[in-house]
Every structure is written in structure tokens, then in C-alpha cells.
Design a protein. Structure first.
Length: 29
């Protein structure tokens, strides 16, 4: 179950979620 290169779709969604959380924490500050 190893992708040939780069991100899998799930990994990409996780990265987007982390960026969204960081943005939510940083923007209101």
C-alpha cells in the first residue's frame, strides 16, 4: 500500500487540515 511517489490523498488531506488549524490559531491573534 505504498504510493509510488509524493503524497497519498489521505496524507494531503492531513497536511491541509494542519495548515487550516494553524491558520485558525494565527489569524485571530
Amino acid at each position: 500500500m505504498k504510493s509510488e511517489r509524493g503524497f497519498t490523498l489521505i496524507e494531503l488531506l492531513v497536511v491541509i487540515a494542519i495548515i487550516a488549524i494553524l491558520a485558525a490559531l494565527l489569524l485571530p491573534a
